[in-house]
Every structure is written in C-alpha cells, then in structure tokens.
Design a protein around this ligand. Sequence first.
Ligand code: NAG
Ligand code: NAG
Ligand code: NAG
Ligand code: NAG
Length: 371
Amino acid sequence: MGHLKILRLSMLVLIYWKICKATNLTTVDPPTNLQILDPGYLGELHIEWQAPASLRSISNCVLRYQLQYYSTDEGRWKTVRTTHLKHSARFDLGKEAKVKVQSLLKGQCTNGSELQSVWAERTLQPSQEGIPESRIKNLACVFYNWEYMECTWQRPPYLNYNLFYWHSKLDHAMECADYIQSNGVNIGCNFSSADLEDYTDFNICVNGSSAAGPLIPVYFRFELQNLVKPAVIKKINVTKVGNERLHLEWKPPVGKIKSHCLEYEIQCREDENEWTSNFKKGTTFTSSRFDPTQHRHCFRVRSKLNMYCADNELWSDWTANLCFTEEYELSEASMFIALGTSLIILFAIALSLWIRRRGLKIKGGEDGILL
Ligand SMILES: *[C@@H]1O[C@H](CO)[C@@H](O)[C@H](O)[C@H]1NC(C)=O
Ligand SMILES: *[C@@H]1O[C@H](CO)[C@@H](O)[C@H](O)[C@H]1NC(C)=O
Ligand SMILES: *[C@@H]1O[C@H](CO)[C@@H](O)[C@H](O)[C@H]1NC(C)=O
Ligand SMILES: *[C@@H]1O[C@H](CO)[C@@H](O)[C@H](O)[C@H]1NC(C)=O
C-alpha cells in the first residue's frame, strides 16, 4: 500500500516535471543562414533560410516564419507568414533589397502562447556602377489592341543600350528581338504577342555599355493587361429614333480583346458647344432629345479596358467625328419655304392678272378703242 502510494506520487511528480519542462520554453532562436539569391529574372529574387538548430527536432510545437521585405513597387513593408524555408518576391534591383525573417513558435511547448524570435536580416545592394547620367529615362510601353507592344525611352546620350525581359513562363531572361531605333541607336523594343504574357509580372531591364564604361541598368515591372490600348472603332451605324433622337450602334475593335472587357465613352456636341460625355458598357447609345435651337449634332466614340479586366486608364483614339444636321427641322423649314413660295407665286399671278385688267381698263380708258 505504502509503496504504491510512493510510486503514484513519484509518477505524478514525474508527469508534472515533464509538463513543466515542456512548457519552459520562453525564448526562441531566429532562423539561420538567411540568403537573398538572384536567379537572373530581372527583379524576382529568391529568399532562403534555415530553421534554428535548437528547434530542428521539436515535435510538440508548430514552427513558422514571419518574413518581411520592403517592396519598392508599393513603397511599404510586406509581411508573409509561412512554414516553408523559402519565398520569392519581386524587387527593383536598382534599389536596395531589404529582407528580415523571424521564427514563430506556438503549441504545447510554449503553453499555447506564441513566441517570436529576434529578426535575422539581410540586405542586397544594387549594382550601381556605371556612368551616373547613363540611366534611361521615360520608358513608356503601350500594348496595342492586345496584339503587339511597343516600349520606348527617351534617346539617351550614350549609344549601346539593350533591353532584356522576363516573365514567369521563361526560365531565363530574353533579349529584345526587334529593337526600335532612331539613327541607329536603340530607343525601344517592339514585342510580338509571342513574347508577351499578361496577368503576371513582366520584368524589363535596360542596360548596356559604352567606351566610357558600363551604363547603369534600369528595371521596370508591368502587368501587361494594364498597358492595353484598344484599336479605334471602325464603323458606327446611325439610325433615327422618331424625329428627335439618334441611335448609335458599333462593333468592338477587331482583335484579341474580349468584348466583355471593354467600356465606351460616347461624346456628343451640338453646334459649336462643348463635348458632353456618356459612359457605356454595351455597344449602343441613344442620344437624348435634341435641342430644337441647335442644328448640327456630332458624335465620337472611344474604348478602354474596364475594371474587371485591367487596371488602366489608356483609352483608344477617338473615331472620326460623325456629324448630322437635323433633318426634321430642315424638312419643316423647307415645307414652310415651299408653302411660302407657292403663296408668293399665287399672289404674283393674281397681282399680274389684276394689273393686266387694270392696265386694260386704263388703256381702254385712255384710248377707248382696244378690244
Ligand atoms: C499555462 O497556461 C495556463 C492558462 O493559459 C495557465 O493557467 C498555466 O499556469 C500555464 N502553465 C505554465 C506551466 O505556465
Ligand atoms: C511593331 O510591330 C507591329 C506588328 O508587327 C507593327 O505593326 C508596328 O508598326 C511595329 N512598330 C514599330 C515602331 O516598328
Ligand atoms: C544586361 O542584362 C542582361 C540580363 O541580365 C545580362 O545578361 C547582360 O550581361 C547585361 N549587360 C551588361 C552590359 O551589363
Ligand atoms: C450596320 O448595319 C448593317 C445593315 O443593317 C449591318 O450589316 C452591320 O452589321 C451594322 N454594323 C454595325 C457596326 O452595327
């Protein structure tokens, strides 16, 4: 009996000691060997780290990592929580890449609360060597009708620039296959649709070298659907609705843009007044009732991708102005003129007849012989 009691007691003590030992973790080590690796994707970097040695065989707790990196595109720190030992993120390689990661431990071994380690930090310096004023300026890209894309930059003072690009479907960066040139100097690239990938990061680097030394590389990132400029709308059918309105109907620009991705702006103008805008999702528009004092009505239409398909403000060019003089006004006026002229003619005939009579009378009166 006594022995059993002692045994039970000592087992209890042992269990209690085990619980105490299990819950005595109050600090956690940071991850080790944090690295920033550049696979040559012009901005996409791989961040890798290893679990702290003290926690590699922990079984009664969950070890996770909190990663923070400074996104130069968004101008803020971004946070990722993961159980993995790597993460890929997009950086502007022309600027410093700052990364930090910490361990997060939670479970039985911490008695349910979450422990955070100090941060492990790493910074990747930009490759800035080069002639200071050699950086290209004002890169502008337009993805014409979702078919081909032209990117151009301001003509720089140095000569030998090259453009490289990368997107997630490529396993290495590619050089531009069709440079746009001005007097033999590369000032842009014409991408064919086979080069392009939308709804994903499209990274561009413009670098080069000159006799005076290397040119500072410049990096850009786009999502190509945001650069689409639709083609001009080709044909608009116009029909009259009653005598006071016009109904316009057109077809979306021919090409790869899905019609549900487009929205339209229709502008109207009466005589020489200001244009007024209307926005439509569909391809028809009925004008409001005409102002009867105005005589000339003009319309023009343009399109852009809507918010469901892209995040852009790039409108197509306008159609040519379509102008109409108001027919119903004109027809009433001409009817009035016709009526007026016939009245005048009738009056003239009556007058001439009357004058003739008078003339006869007068003549008769004078001579008394004629007739
Ligand atoms: C564990 O947490 C509970 C409540 O959250 C607390 O009552 C208990 O004392 C803690 N145990 C230890 C060993 O800290
Ligand atoms: C780019 O390519 C397209 C399609 O091949 C062509 O229509 C366009 O004129 C080219 N642009 C320049 C600037 O060469
Ligand atoms: C320009 O960038 C590409 C792609 O990263 C690289 O292969 C090439 O060597 C660079 N050229 C120069 C002159 O630095
Ligand atoms: C214009 O009308 C013609 C004849 O009704 C039709 O064949 C054509 O498709 C229409 N075009 C548009 C842009 O609606």
